[in-house]
Write a new protein. Structure first.
Length: 123
């Protein structure tokens, strides 16, 4: 059974309420699309449509991982800011003109934050 976007957003809000440098998430590719999970709870889902598939690719890029093949999953550890941007990317309607610029900006910010988190961990 799927989780509603409203319930998933409540999970995101609870998780993001306390800033963390490292949040472990799982990106799972199933029949119902691609789902981003934390401790087994859905944070967002990209539906198996053309737009949903493109959003799923953007979410994977934001997390710094490859989009898993159907039936597989991949784990990532990211800071709060990257998670926020990944969830934001999953909700974009890429059919709206100008959304691609917003998506590019979110990806750039996620990349910057992942690199900064890596630098901090190395210190």
């Amino acid at each position: 059974m799927g989780v509603s976007r409203k319930r998933a957003w409540a999970n995101v809000e609870r998780l993001m309420a306390r800033p963390r440098r490292q949040i472990r998430v799982v990106l799972r590719h199933g029949k119902a699309g691609v789902t981003l999970l934390h401790e087994g709870k859905a944070l967002t889902r990209c539906h198996p449509t053309k737009t949903g598939a493109e959003c799923a690719r953007l979410v994977a890029r934001a997390l710094g991982v490859e989009l898993p093949a159907p039936g597989h999953q991949v784990e990532a550890t990211v800071p709060n800011g990257v998670l926020f941007r990944a969830v934001s990317l999953s909700s974009l309607d890429l059919r709206v003109p100008g959304t691609d610029e917003l998506a590019q900006r979110l990806l750039e910010e996620a990349d910057f934050q992942r690199r900064r988190a890596g630098e901090s961990a190395a210190e």
